[in-house]
Design a protein around this ligand. Structure first.
Ligand code: GCO
Ligand code: MG
Length: 403
């Protein structure tokens, strides 16, 4: 029976911070798991090295479910993003090991492919409506069948989802949190204009998505959903904060625009009411923040009973290890919807060589045994950790608001 002999936390910053857990077994087999929690990386690093790694040494890496339960129930303190990200990292690494030992890609261990590939959506961010549409056209030319549209809000200096001029979009970029300003009134005027112009310019053969980033009240979200109905969005994402899951019923009463929620969720309990009451259409909980492959599959299985499909978070703060794990899950489950795809920088891709591929709007995890991702530790060491925060957001009168 193989045994875990070491588990190490590797921090690297090839353009942005990533945390990776690497587990090694006595026969030399290794597995990697993503542990990146944007803006709170070192909390997970410490949780893993101080509290999780000592419990892993000597265990049988094949007992994935038992180790998951040990780390979840055994902590006594349940759930929370730090704990669930740490558990996710262990879980991913163990699935990686099991796949390597079996000589099979992880999706084969999960029941095999349920489809040819995973449809992914690209980001089109622009300062103006015209800029955003130009970016969307370029993404569609690369084959994307689904594009998320975010544009600047006239009258506001900076807007969520819009990059600084000439740069890639990377929100966690400050040694202390940057501050932006927000006006719901201005925002609610521009988004329907953006979608009207987008349908005019892009036609109807592409899925169009939009991320509200938790910035509306339920009734405001109902209004936005209704205003966008003529343009048939694929979804509006995170229309309102979801701590109060019942709040989504109010949105549902007013619009048939599909709703996606859950990139900040870390447990099935965050989504249970939303799913069971069919208050959402897509669940965005992700493999790295919601307890790994083992727990994400449980969430997807619950969602499937209620015709809720997955639409997992996949921004650049999820490392290539998480991207691979998401694709293995997405390819295998019956109720996959779409996967977010924000391509990583060349530096990041070089640190994390991977088997997954993109072709014509679809991604595939590849057929390398395990997850199909490795970390080049020598290269990783060239990029030391640098503290970086996500911004905070205030209303025009200075009131602290949701970012
Ligand atoms: C998305 C997200 C990101 C997040 C970021 C936080 O839909 O891709 O909302 O932009 O803000 O990943 O870590
Ligand atoms: Mg989002």
């Amino acid at each position: 029976m193989p045994r875990i002999v070491s588990a190490r936390v590797i921090v690297t910053s090839p353009g942005r911070n990533f945390l990776t857990l690497k587990i090694t077994c006595d026969d030399g087999t290794t597995g990697v798991g993503d542990a990146t929690l944007n803006g709170r990386e070192m909390a997970v690093a410490s949780y893993l090295s101080e509290h999780v790694v000592p419990c892993l040494i000597g265990r049988d890496p094949h007992r994935i479910e038992d180790i998951w339960q040990y780390l979840y129930k055994g902590a006594y303190w349940r759930r929370g993003p730090v704990t669930m990200t740490a558990i996710a990292a262990v879980d991913m690494a163990l699935w990686d090991i099991k796949g390597k030992v079996a000589g099979l890609p992880v999706y084969q261990l999960l029941g095999g492919a349920s489809r040819d590939g995973c449809m992914v959506y690209a980001h089109a961010n622009g300062t103006t409506v015209a800029d955003t549409i130009a970016v969307a056209k370029a993404e569609i030319a690369k084959g994307y069948k689904a594009v998320r549209l975010q544009c600047g809000v006239p009258g506001l200096a900076s807007t969520y989802g819009v990059a600084k001029p000439g740069q890639r979009y990377e929100p966690a970029d400050a040694d202390l949190p940057a501050e932006s300003r927000w006006s719901t009134e201005r925002y609610l005027r521009i988004v329907p204009e953006l979608f009207a112009a987008a349908r005019e310019a892009l036609g109807w053969d592409v899925h169009l998505l939009h991320d509200v980033h938790h910035r509306l009240t339920p009734i405001e979200a109902g209004r936005l959903g209704k205003d966008l109905e003529p343009y048939r969005p694929f979804w509006i994402e995170d229309p309102t904060p979801a701590e109060n899951q019942e709040a989504f019923r109010l949105i549902r009463q007013h619009t048939t625009t599909p709703i996606a929620v859950g990139e900040v969720f870390n447990s099935i309990w965050d989504a249970k009411h939303l799913i069971e009451h069919q208050l959402i259409d897509y669940i965005r909980a992700t493999v790295v923040h919601a307890g790994g492959i083992t727990h994400l599959r449980r969430i997807a299985a619950l969602a499937d009973l209620y015709q809720v499909r997955t639409g997992c978070h996949g921004a650049t703060d999820l490392s290539p290890v998480a991207m691979a794990a998401a694709l293995h899950v997405g390819l295998s489950i019956p109720n996959f919807g779409v996967q977010e795809h924000m391509p990583h920088t060349a530096e990041t891709d070089a640190v994390f060589p991977h088997a997954y591929t993109y072709t014509d709007g679809m991604m595939h995890p590849g057929d390398a045994p395990g997850l199909g991702v490795e970390i080049d530790e020598t290269l990783a060491a060239d990029y030391p950790y640098a503290r970086a925060y996500l911004p905070v957001n205030r209303l025009e009168d200075g009131t602290l608001f949701h970012w």
